[in-house]
Ligand binder design. Structure first.
Ligand code: GLU
Length: 287
């Protein structure tokens, strides 16, 4: 790879077997890397201690190898880098951009005067009504010292004030590149660290894309809205913003997005049924 060559990545979460949607993303990233004489890294996004299973990490490796895909070593496993995410989180907390949220799911979901009919995030979840924003600092410190379970939320209004200048990124496809304005406010006070680990998907992904020198992020359209939040986090953390491509989703015969939870056929099922990697490539439009 020559200096300045593009760096792509495929970043699955090991909480189920890979399906055709993953294969499309992995093959597209690999093809783009090959055509641009860049490289494509593999990252295991295993921050979820309950849903991530070591045997699924092994299975991901086997499925990708079966598809003919190989990746440079070392492969980054997010679960091994919690200290780095903690440090990034601490930086945001120290600047007053994040606050602890002690609310239970039930408390947040219960309709309140604050969220009734109010804004929803792009995933359809009502914006956090701000119950823990502006809690008395002495009481907050006491609750933290007692070890009361809590997540950390981005104080969106403070974050937007801290992010100087317009927010946006460059999107690209095979036809060209164009600027996109980012609107992170539509996420409200997003969770940037879960109760069980000092990060969330959003914080870990922007940290790692920078850490691994990723120049081109190619992922499904289902994550397009999240990019707005990622651009904001990059600005706050002083990280570069890669170029983004949000690719089409592979749908099942009912026109639904493939998902482990809906029991979509995995690559392993297809392999067992006699499908070849060549057939998968053709079915997904790669020649
Ligand atoms: N780990 C995420 C997933 O499996 C993908 C994250 C990304 O590409 O940014 O859905």
């Amino acid at each position: 790879m020559s200096p300045g060559a593009p760096v792509f990545r495929f970043a699955p979460s090991p909480n189920g077997r890979l399906h055709l949607g993953h294969a499309y993303s992995a093959l597209l990233n690999a093809d783009l890397a090959r055509k641009s004489e860049g490289l494509c890294r593999l990252r295991i996004e295993d921050i979820d201690p309950l849903r991530s299973k070591p045997d699924l990490v092994t299975a991901i490796g086997a499925d990708l190898a079966w598809l003919g895909l190989t990746y440079p070593e070392p492969v980054r496993h997010q679960s091994r880098h919690m200290d780095a995410y903690r440090a990034a989180l601490d930086g945001l907390i120290a600047r007053g951009l994040a606050y602890p949220c002690f609310c239970s799911r039930g408390q947040i979901r219960a309709p309140t005067a604050a969220n009734a009919g109010g804004p929803h995030d792009p995933d359809g979840v009502p914006h956090y009504p701000g119950l823990c924003r502006g809690l008395d600092p002495v009481i907050t410190a006491e609750r933290l010292a007692r070890g009361e379970p809590h997540a950390w939320r981005l104080d969106m209004a403070a974050a937007l004030r801290g992010a100087v200048g317009p927010l946006g990124y460059t999107a690209f496809d095979e036809a060209g590149a164009w600027p996109v304005a980012a609107d992170p406010a539509r996420w409200g006070d997003a969770v940037i660290a879960r109760r069980d680990v000092p990060t969330s998907y959003h914080l870990a992904v922007v940290h790692d894309d920078a850490e691994e020198g990723i120049t081109h992020v190619v992922r499904g359209r289902d994550l397009e809205a999240a990019t707005d939040l990622h651009v904001l986090l990059q600005r706050l953390l002083g990280l570069p913003t890669p170029r983004y491509r949000h690719h089409r989703l592979i749908l099942d015969t009912l026109g639904e997005k493939l998902a482990k939870s809906r029991g979509s056929q995995s690559l392993a099922d297809l392999r067992q049924a006699g499908t070849t990697p060549e057939q998968i490539r053709r079915r997904l439009g790669f020649v």
